[in-house]
Write a protein that binds this ligand. Structure first.
Ligand code: GLY
Length: 375
């Protein structure tokens, strides 16, 4: 695939990563050993509620990415030390059965740590977390249940099922792989619509396993398309395809991408929900854009049609250009985050038009990936 690379993009993305490093250093200095989730008025430390405990891997994950990005420079040691310091305390979460987010927490941290050092004990932590997540499997409905209730499946779980695939591959455990595949098939069948849009949540009859309805926690409505959920699906089905090589998952990842591309405004940043009501239709979610860019950079390697792959690559670069030029917090000296315009939970009034830690993580991941390909 030809990947058009412009010198101006390389410079823009390097400057953006450099600004992100400055902001993360500032965060470490101002709020040592604090794991933030979303800003309030641009400040990371505040009393706002978390709703659920899913974000602790993102800050150390950013440090692991900085470590790789600066591997030939003197600051590599600094980022390595910080990444280890912030990853280590998360190890006990490998046995956390309260959340469906162990992929978010461990693929960003111990998985990256293992990639950097190849120490088997680190891989064991990731495998343990994958096994723990697999315990959420509901046999009757064929899905990994969400943290809110036994009868609920979330589209976000597509970003976590990768750790079950990983555990299956590393151990050769076919039961684990089967759970991961069946969860993806169920998600594809009930949460991804014919036009490639997605529902946030699905509800099942626990007695029969019958699928009852699409629903939502963070989107506008059960029948709407919450843009971050769409981005989770785009990225998550790409990862599911990478592990399984099941063509159904590639097809779903492409359908979600095509919906994103055809329904998002021309700058590449979507509204928080594609069907949002007029009163908050202008509210965007830059974190959805960052996740989509990171997902498209993975998906572009797999499309059978090279023109499609090229288009996914170019779209990702276009999104990163917009985020780096229009939404970077660099002009606001008091703002502690990197990327403005993120949204956490509209209905609960949490993190609206703020920096959000997962947005920072996937933004930095996509920038680093694009720069590595551009070298
Ligand atoms: N709970 C995952 C999200 O807010 O996207």
């Amino acid at each position: 695939m030809i990947q058009f690379i412009y010198e101006s993009d390389r410079e823009l993305f390097e400057n953006t990563i450099s600004f992100a490093q400055t902001q993360v250093r500032r965060l470490i200095e101002n709020h040592r050993d604090f794991y933030p989730m979303y800003t309030s008025g641009g400040r990371w430390r505040h009393e706002g509620p978390a709703w659920t405990h899913w974000c602790d891997g993102f800050l150390p994950g950013i440090m692991w990415i900085f470590h790789r990005h600066s591997s030939d420079r003197p600051e590599a040691k600094f980022w390595l030390d910080q990444a280890i310091r912030y990853s280590k305390p998360l190890e006990s979460r490998k046995a956390d059965t309260d959340v469906h987010d162990l992929g978010f927490i461990f693929l960003s941290t111990f998985f990256r740590w293992f990639q950097a050092t190849r120490e088997p004990a680190l891989r064991d932590v990731v495998v343990h977390a994958g096994r723990t997540l697999s315990q959420r499997f509901n046999e009757t409905g064929q899905y990994l249940r969400s943290f809110v209730a036994e009868d609920s499946i979330f589209i976000d779980i597509m970003m976590n099922v990768g750790i079950v695939f990983y555990a299956a591959r590393e151990t050769g455990d076919k039961k684990l792989r089967d759970i991961a595949v069946r969860h993806c098939v169920t998600t594809r069948r009930f949460l991804v619509r014919g036009d490639g849009s997605t529902a946030h949540e699905g509800i099942f009859d626990l007695a029969t396993g019958e699928f009852l309805r699409q629903s939502t926690q963070q989107g506008y409505r059960g029948d709407s398309c919450w843009s971050r959920g769409l981005a989770w699906a785009l990225y998550g089905f790409t990862v599911a395809y990478e592990y399984s090589r099941d063509p159904r998952f590639l097809q779903t990842a492409e359908a979600c991408s095509d919906y994103y591309i055809t329904h998002t405004p021309s700058d590449g940043v979507p509204p928080w929900d594609y069907n949002a009501p007029p009163e908050n239709r202008s509210l965007v979610d830059t974190s959805a854009a960052a996740i989509a860019a990171a997902g498209l950079l993975r998906l572009c390697r797999h499309s059978a049609d090279p023109m499609k792959g090229h288009f996914y690559w170019s779209t990702a670069i276009h999104i990163l250009r917009t985020l780096s030029s229009k939404y970077l917090a660099s002009a606001d000296a008091a703002w502690e985050g990197v990327l403005k315009g993120g949204v956490y939970h509209v209905h609960k009034g949490l993190g609206i038009d703020e920096s959000v830690m997962w947005g920072e993580y996937f933004f930095v991941e996509a920038l680093e990936e694009a720069l590595r390909v551009m070298q």
